[in-house]
Write a protein that binds this ligand. Structure first.
Ligand SMILES: [Zn+2]
Length: 396
């Protein structure tokens, strides 16, 4: 992602960094260096999952696709009834392993139990995990925020691969007061603010038209909801000063031209989740208009409550099916350099270049010169032969 592919390419890894990139001849192996050879393989940056919820792994395949969002939430709650902290931890461990097995070396993970943060602190995957809070009642915003900061303070501190933060869920589950407070209180070492927005038709109808199943659902939880209708979810956030600059926004399926302008002006990144979108049957995601506006588009898996797996290669393949007009180089960029840009880590993650973190993978691929390499990466299935994070081989 830092120039054209290099035939017979070679990387030199020194400590936790990539120190040189070229051919084996150019790198000139030193006698004291070990060499790992991956014939018929592509070395590429480790993939970056810009939106997932690893702790929900225990509900894989339990929820039916295609239901209205409020019904899905009810089923999810029921499926999680009785789950113990260790269940969430185990799901997080297995989820992280599934990511590494499938070539993902960085995750932006959101969880509301805090258990995934405990696990990710000691797992060999680069993580930006967020403790997620909700609270529609503005009167509760301060206490929810203080509670979140208290819980975050009791979690392992940021170090090495681990950059924890706090976040709010969505504009229909958090008051603007709470979202503003959370964004302002983000610890320095965290990644950017992140949240869900403009995912479903129900969410759009709630804000734009002041009606629908999601509004009914939210009113049952917080009867005091009295926001006037007439704005899209994104315009609502902007009007309430609750759309932080540089945020990573999951979904944005329902975004009109004015919304896209708002996102571009706030320099936000969009974490698109193609298979989760297909699971729910959500419509929208104006990818060309977003690209024209210069929005930074990334890829996420969302959770196993709305997806069958955590492979970003499968997300790239699904996006390619949904949008065959997108260049495959750009699809691979969404899972690598764009994710790094969203995290404010351009040049350090998602790229193979001297000075970048040694986060890379080798995948099986018998490249044929008649084909475009990026089409082969996106359009075929591969075995991940190794995953290296911070210079350590963690899977292979
Ligand atoms: Zn999500």
């Amino acid at each position: 992602m830092n120039g054209p592919p290099i035939p017979w390419g070679c990387l030199r890894v020194t400590d936790q960094m990539i120190s040189q990139v070229g051919t084996l001849e150019e790198l000139r192996r030193r006698p004291d260096e070990s060499l790992r050879d991956f014939p018929d393989a592509v070395l590429m940056p480790g993939l970056i999952n810009a939106h997932c919820h690893l702790e929900l792994g225990m509900v894989r395949n339990l929820l039916p696709p295609g239901e209205a969002f409020p019904m899905w939430v009810s089923r999810l709650r029921k499926a999680l009834e009785g789950a113990a902290p260790e269940d969430y931890r185990q799901a997080s461990r297995l989820g992280a392993l599934e990511c590494l097995k499938n070539g993902t070396t960085t995750v932006v993970d959101v969880g509301n139990t805090g258990e995934s943060l405990h696990e990710l602190a000691s797992l060999p995957i680069r993580s930006f995990p967020y403790l997620e809070v909700i609270g529609l009642d503005p009167a509760l915003a301060q206490s929810r925020l203080e509670n979140a900061l208290h819980r975050l303070g009791a979690l392992p501190k940021a170090s090495g691969l681990f950059s924890p933060g706090i976040t709010g869920h969505a504009p229909y589950s958090c008051s603007p007061e709470l979202l503003r407070g959370l964004a302002a209180a983000m610890p320095q070492a965290s990644g950017p603010f992140t949240m869900h927005v403009a995912e479903s038709a129900e969410e759009y109808a709630m804000f734009k038209e002041g009606k629908g199943a999601l509004l009914d659902f939210c009113r049952r939880i917080f009867p005091g909801w009295a926001e006037p209708a007439g704005q899209s979810p994104i315009a609502f956030l902007a009007a309430k000063n609750a759309l932080p600059r540089n945020a990573i926004l999951a979904h944005c399926n329902r975004a009109d031209a004015a919304d896209i302008r708002i996102l571009a002006e706030a320099n936000c990144s969009v974490a698109h989740c193609p298979r989760s979108k297909a699971f729910f049957g959500h419509e929208g995601f104006p990818v060309q208009a977003m690209r024209d506006a210069g929005l930074n588009l990334c890829l996420g898996t969302d959770s196993l409550a709305s997806n069958e797996g955590l492979s970003l290669f499968d997300e790239m393949a699904e996006l390619h099916r949904q949008h065959p007009e997108l260049p495959c180089t750009d699809i691979v960029a969404m899972a690598t350099v764009n994710g790094a840009k969203a995290l404010g880590r351009s040049g350090e993650l998602g790229v193979l270049r001297p000075g970048a973190a040694a986060d890379f993978i080798a995948i099986t691929l018998r490249h044929h010169p008649e084909y475009d390499l990026f089409e082969e990466i996106v359009g075929e299935s591969h075995e991940v032969l190794t995953a290296v994070v911070n210079g350590e081989e963690v899977f292979g």
